[in-house]
Design a protein around this ligand. Structure first.
Ligand SMILES: Nc1ncnc2c1ncn2[C@@H]1O[C@H](COP(=O)(O)OP(=O)(O)OP(=O)(O)O)[C@@H](O)[C@H]1O
Ligand SMILES: [Mg+2]
Length: 344
């Protein structure tokens, strides 16, 4: 009775701990945190200077003794201590918005498909030490499918492709289970790196990560566009060391990222090739569901459907599907029990 009473106030949380962004969903409230997974630390004093979007704005702009780091790489924790500090900060932020919040809640957190036992344990441990009372691990891609309201409980094949920052995850889901999957480390961040390499090779221009990402979002595309897009690309000249600006257009950026887009395509093809034929037939009929932040790259849906001759649907609000799926799971204990991954 007492537990039930406390439970009324102690809302569960869902956390999508991504290579680029961390999102938190609070039961009965919805999405309460959308922040960059970045932490700025002063190396001399070991002090944390900024966390989240504020730290991200410091990327590439810090003096030598300050480093802005991403504590997650390819969807897994690469720096345990910094991840813990980042999570504590976000969890406090969620708490401070509440009038009454007696204890730390149960937390559902997503993991990638290729996660190892050690990495799963690290995610569980980091959340327990950040204050969770109970931790439930779920595969990010299943949470994404649930958030996108794809009928994964049916006995039909559903292909979900998540294009994130560090990872491309492809899964075929049927009866709430993953029948076949592939993961590639070519995703949004790889596209930014392609643009950095292109600027250096073509123009002797050194670009910052944020500049490259901005160019990708504004004029990057996977197919020829109806309109011609161009913008200035600002960086430092390799030879003179001075600031330099050149004009770049959608054609140049498309060439720069094409190789990585082919790799993403091959990951999808390879998954289809190893999927049982009955399920492939379903996928042909229903199409592929595309999600994750990089699903917003212009023309990416058409690029995939033109190449593999299967319709592609971009899910609504593709960046938040995973955390919204965790929100559904917070209210559906039976489904959570069915899909939870053991941390051992
Ligand atoms: N409009 C856009 N066009 C192209 N790419 C975009 C756009 N908006 C966001 N992105 C890219 O989406 C990526 C972030 O997506 P998302 O938040 O799903 O990743 P993540 O969950 O943090 O990473 P991962 O799941 O791979 O660990 C970034 O690489 C970002 O540049
Ligand atoms: Mg993600």
């Amino acid at each position: 009775m007492w537990k039930k009473f406390l439970g009324k106030f102690n809302k569960g949380l869902g956390i999508d701990l991504g290579s680029c962004n961390t999102l938190i969903y609070q039961q009965d409230r919805g999405i309460v945190i959308v922040e960059s997974s970045v932490v700025a630390v002063n190396n001399r004093t070991d002090q944390i200077l900024a966390i989240g979007d504020e730290a991200r704005r410091m990327l590439g702009k810090t003096p030598p003794h300050i480093i802005a780091t991403k504590p997650l790489e390819y969807g897994i924790i690469s720096d345990f201590e910094v991840t813990e500090k980042m999570l504590k900060y976000f969890l406090n932020k969620v708490r401070s918005g509440r009038f009454f919040f007696p204890a730390m809640p149960k937390i559902i957190v997503g993991v990638p498909l290729d996660v190892t036992a050690v990495e799963k344990k690290a995610v569980e441990d980091v959340l327990l030490s950040a204050g969770a009372s109970e931790v439930f691990l779920v595969e990010n891609i299943l949470a994404t499918a649930i958030g996108a309201r794809i009928p994964i409980q049916d006995a039909t094949g559903n292909m979900v492709v998540s294009l994130g920052g560090g990872l491309t995850e492809v899964a075929v889901i049927s009866l709430n289970g993953i029948v076949n999957w592939k993961v590639s480390r070519v995703a949004g961040l790889a596209l930014d790196q392609d643009i950095i390499n292109f600027a250096r090779e073509e123009f002797n221009l050194i670009l910052g990560e944020m500049v490259a990402e901005d160019i990708k979002k504004k004029i990057g595309s996977a197919i020829t566009l109806k309109e011609h897009l161009e913008m200035p690309m600002r960086g430092r000249d390799v030879l003179t060391g001075l600031p330099k600006e050149v004009k770049v257009d959608d054609v140049g950026i498309r060439e720069a990222i094409n190789h990585s887009l082919e790799k993403i395509l091959n990951t999808i093809k390879a998954t289809l090739e190893t999927t049982p034929p009955e399920l492939v037939a379903d996928i042909y009929q229903k199409g592929i569901y595309l999600t994750g932040g990089s699903a917003q790259l212009k023309g990416i849906d058409k690029f995939i459907s033109d190449n593999i001759k299967i319709p592609v649907h971009i899910t609504d609000d593709p960046s938040t599907c995973a955390v919204r799926g965790m929100g559904v799971l917070l209210d559906d204990e039976i489904l959570l029990k069915d899909i939870v991954v053991s941390a051992a």
